[in-house]
Design a protein around this ligand. Sequence first.
Ligand code: FES
Length: 180
Amino acid sequence: MNRPLDSRSALLTQADSAAALTPAYKETVLAVIAHHQHSPGALLPILHEIQEHLGYLPPQAFALIADALRQTRAEIQGVVSFYPHFRQTAPGRSQLQICRAEACQARGARALEQYVQARLKLGYHQTSADQEYSLEPVYCLGNCACGPSMRVNDEVIGRVTPERFERLLDELTTQPLEIS
Ligand code: FES
């Protein structure tokens, strides 16, 4: 099942402030579970698809997954925690990844990550308090010859310097003018 992106945004808005799963989130989680639960090795496809739809894995969903797969909640939590790819908190509106693999490190990725972390006051796997940015490490973006590389949402960008990063931030925070 594929929900359109605007539907996903609505789901995110509804669930961000909710302590429990919203009805829309629960519907999505149950639909994904139903789609995979009788397949062998269903857990990882379920986790990937829920994260694809919701942007993260709400911990409130673990009990539903555990029930369906006849596993314990702790087992689900263990798998989620094992893979850095899985998020347990809602991502920021802009998702930033910095490549930490060898080729980018040889081209200045360490200095770049220090700059970005200090600039955003964020460590890896954190989201800013205003929900604007999430910062994640990544290990190769297939752009090794042009390091240091970052992904900003869906776009891979090479040769990122502090100056270029500042321009990227400007672009992310600039709202298009609405002329009526
Ligand atoms: S090592 Fe950074 S893109 Fe490949």
